[in-house]
Design a protein around this ligand. Structure first.
Ligand SMILES: [Zn+2]
Length: 286
């Protein structure tokens, strides 16, 4: 089984046996929980193309439909559904006893704070795209209180079952980018391509976490594998972004989403309110 996407540098320490017995929370988890989230992201420099004021965000994209599908996303969704029943069943055990399905997550990068930068939060406009709304939470080094590099560990935010792991991911090219432009960024399939190399974890009860733009996927992370909270699943990168070929190393970040059925945590909220929802999910709300 392939362990990595585009390169072969599988890390020995990344080796995770699937179906390992439940283990105690990791050190990463403990340190993550102990860290205060607050640290304003004042740095105006960003590789994100948009940083509109909060007031503008409610405008046109609240109902950007995350669920209509086409092209290769249909394929992905078909695969997802094929795993769904099994995932539902298998993920129930770890989820049970943890109460509210939107509580009990750890941050996917140990020690990271939740950015205060609106452009990194759900609900932020993406006006250069037709769909125009950010559906997740970004972890950039300059806004997240901790290092975010190709070697940073991305951790499973909660126990669950892997329902997507792009082990055979092929990086986008300038031709792909032109194709996105020509298509006016229309369609869920293009949005999916823009998320680059991804891992998705099903936590049961309709809750899925997505980890996007990865540079590498950890050994043992494959569809059907059970993961424990805090388990290493991969490393940040900039896959699916223009920078990956135009300016390598300048857009490294983790894009993280908590999906709720066909929607996402923070959907329809201002970035500020979406941030609060993520703080609550991480157990960090004041
Ligand atoms: Zn993002």
């Amino acid at each position: 089984m392939q362990a990595t996407g585009s390169d072969e540098s599988a890390e020995p320490q990344a080796a995770q046996t699937t179906g390992a017995e439940p283990s105690a929370p990791t050190q990463a988890q403990q340190s993550a929980v102990a860290t205060e989230p607050d640290n304003a992201a004042e740095d105006a420099q960003t590789t994100e193309p948009t940083q509109q004021p909060l007031a503008q965000q409610q405008s046109d994209e609240q109902k950007a439909s995350p669920s209509h599908s086409d092209g290769q996303t249909e394929q992905a969704e078909a695969e997802t559904q094929a795993e769904q029943e099994q995932a539902d069943t298998e993920a129930d055990a770890p989820v049970q006893g943890q109460g509210h399905p939107l509580r009990g997550f750890i941050r996917p990068i140990a020690g990271a704070c939740v950015t205060e930068f609106p452009g990194h939060l759900p609900g932020s406009p993406r006006t250069y795209r037709n769909h125009g709304v950010h559906e997740g939470l970004d972890f950039y080094e300059w806004a997240s209180c901790t290092s975010v590099s190709y070697t940073t560990e991305i951790l499973a935010a909660k126990a669950g079952v892997i329902i997507r792991a792009d082990l055979d991911y092929v990086e986008i090219t300038p031709d792909d980018w032109q194709r996105f432009i020509d298509a006016n960024w229309e369609g869920e399939a293009i949005l999916d391509e823009l998320r680059g190399r991804q891992v998705w974890i099903d936590h049961g009860r309709g809750i899925v976490t997505r980890y996007a733009h990865l540079s590498e996927i950890a050994v043992g992370i494959a569809v059907g594998a059970e993961v424990q909270q805090g388990q290493l699943i991969g490393h940040p990168g900039e896959s699916g972004q223009q920078e990956v070929y135009a300016n390598p190393g300048t857009d490294i970040h983790l894009h993280f989403e908590i999906r709720i059925g066909d929607g996402w945590l923070g959907q329809g909220e201002t970035p500020e309110d979406a941030r609060t929802l993520y703080l609550e999910a991480f157990g960090l709300a004041e």
